[in-house]
Write a protein that binds this ligand. Structure first.
Ligand code: FES
Ligand code: FES
Length: 167
């Protein structure tokens, strides 16, 4: 089968590239667009290291054929920081030692972002549910859960001033 041109909106920018049939979204991001934050752990939907947001919802990019999401919006870890300013989730992961080897961190943070975007005030159980598909071999998860809750609290506190600045 011939290669095809696929367009995606990645981190707010339209990206067009040539891809072979059957290429996964994860391979397209890493190999065609050089966005390597999303990691390939199991490549079969069991570890979560490849988690990205597809139209705002967390998906395992290793399970998504890229042709099936042509024209849709993808968010990866590379899109989180605003210049030199880290996203609160990134800040909290660093401050609370929620990352050790770091292999799971991109997927964890994107799963957490998917949660906070739809639920800015999550309970501990909500966070556990949101990252339940993401495996971490290092941290024992508690620091990760604490970091997500810490980021949520920081974002909630900053929300009124963000609203004011937008007025
Ligand atoms: S690499 Fe996608 S779930 Fe493991
Ligand atoms: S920090 Fe190493 S796998 Fe999570």
């Amino acid at each position: 089968m011939p290669s095809t041109i696929v367009t995606l909106k990645v981190n707010g920018r339209a990206q067009e590239f040539l891809t072979r049939p059957g290429t996964t979204l994860l391979d397209a991001l890493r190999d065609s667009l050089s966005l390597t934050a999303s990691k390939k752990g199991c490549a079969q939907g069991t570890c979560g290291t490849c988690t990205v947001l597809l139209d705002g919802k967390p998906v395992f990019a290793c399970l998504v054929p890229v042709e099936t999401v042509a024209g849709r919006s993808i968010e990866t870890l590379e899109g989180l920081a605003a210049g030199d300013v880290l996203h609160p989730l990134q800040e909290s992961f660093i401050a609370l030692f929620a990352t050790q080897c770091g292999f799971c961190s991109s997927g964890m943070i994107m799963a957490a972002k998917g949660l906070l975007d739809r639920n800015p005030d999550p309970s501990r159980a909500d966070v556990v549910r949101a990252i339940s598909g993401n495996v971490c071999r290092c941290t024992g998860y508690e620091a990760i859960i604490d970091a997500v809750l810490d980021a949520a609290a920081k974002m909630k506190k900053a929300a009124p001033s963000r609203r004011k600045a937008a007025e």
